[in-house]
Design a protein around this ligand. Structure first.
Ligand SMILES: Cc1cc2nc3c(=O)[nH]c(=O)nc-3n(C[C@H](O)[C@H](O)[C@H](O)COP(=O)(O)OP(=O)(O)OC[C@H]3O[C@@H](n4cnc5c(N)ncnc54)[C@H](O)[C@@H]3O)c2cc1C
Length: 274
């Protein structure tokens, strides 16, 4: 487009001045804090939609951080693990049921999920995030290079700060889980996302894309005994709407989301009790 007097204004695109493969986490950290515009790269799917020009892009893909492993009491997911690996992992399926598969299976398409990383997804703390909703309903710890280890529910409330998300750990329990989202079309962003879990005498109910960020409905979960009856489920669903805030955006109104919240949580609890 011409802006007069022969001045041609180019549309700015995402850019990197330099690209480097980190040889260690220590080197990646040093680089990240070395220059203002240096940045950690995940699968680049979100970043490249932006128009920011960065200095050095730091690629962690040669550090072996793309593994899902387990010990006796926990499962570890490296930051470069793709959403597709999460979707198809036998370890995650056997420890947590379908919750993680169901939370990512609507994200764009298989080719996209083959590239998008869990590090980029969690570090970005998107309000619409399916995977954050599911991970919050499991007991997830976030491991940061500088920030140390902290529960996911704490991490998502912190202001953005340069750091490296190294891995996630998820506690093993006799989990029963359910994940549902409501979308206008199969691969659109969710109108509302709901994850319900039960493990070791404790329910966890998490609602995401409200449209604000995923959050646990702790009071509602505390109302539920191990095997709730219809009335107790109804009261817990009412409490979810009471204790969490919902809002409106182009995908749905506050009232629509409140209605959906009750329905998705009820289905989730009933599925787990079946
Ligand atoms: C078109 C489109 C549709 C989408 N739809 C959905 C959806 O319906 N549901 C949903 O949940 N998600 C959705 N997403 C988000 C997607 O699933 C990923 O979360 C997103 O692409 C980020 O992952 P990435 O690997 O591409 O990260 P990148 O784009 O590479 O990075 C994102 C940010 O995270 C930082 N980062 C990356 N890795 C690390 C790390 N290890 N440590 C510290 N910082 C890091 C980067 O510096 C950058 O700031 C969508 C994304 C797109 C582009």
């Amino acid at each position: 487009m011409n802006y007069g007097k022969g001045v041609r204004k180019e549309k700015r695109l995402f850019g990197l001045k330099e690209y480097t493969f980190a040889r260690s986490l220590e080197q990646a950290d040093k680089l990240l804090h070395g220059e203002k515009g240096n940045v950690i790269l995940g699968g680049l799917l979100w970043m490249r939609m932006g128009r920011k020009n960065h200095h050095t892009g730091i690629d962690l893909s040669k550090l072996g951080l793309d593994q899902i492993t387990q010990t006796e009491d926990k499962v570890e997911i490296g930051c470069m693990t793709t959403l597709r690996q999460i979707e198809t992992s036998q370890i995650l399926g056997s420890c947590f049921g379908n919750i993680l598969t169901d939370s990512v299976s609507h994200i764009v398409g298989v080719q996209f999920r083959n590239c998008a990383t869990i590090g980029g997804s969690v570090f970005s703390r998107f309000n619409f995030s399916d995977i954050l909703t599911a991970l919050l309903a499991l007991e997830t710890q976030v491991h940061l290079f500088r920030g140390g280890t902290l529960p996911l529910e704490t991490f998502i409330t912190l202001p953005p700060k340069k750091d490296i998300l190294i891995k996630l750990t998820l506690k093993k329990k006799a989990w029963k889980t359910n994940y549902q989202s409501h979308r206008m079309t199969a691969t659109d962003f969710p109108v509302l996302a709901a994850a319900v879990t039960y493990g070791e005498d404790q329910w966890r109910i998490c609602l995401g894309a409200r449209p604000s960020r995923a959050i646990l409905a702790e009071k509602a979960a505390a109302l539920l005994p191990e095997k709730p009856d219809e009335k107790q489920i109804g009261l817990a669903c009412e409490q979810v709407v009471e204790e969490l805030s919902f809002g409106s955006n182009q995908r749905g109104t506050k009232e629509y989301r409140q209605l959906l919240a009750g329905i998705l949580v009820k289905r989730g609890i009933e599925d787990i009790c079946r």
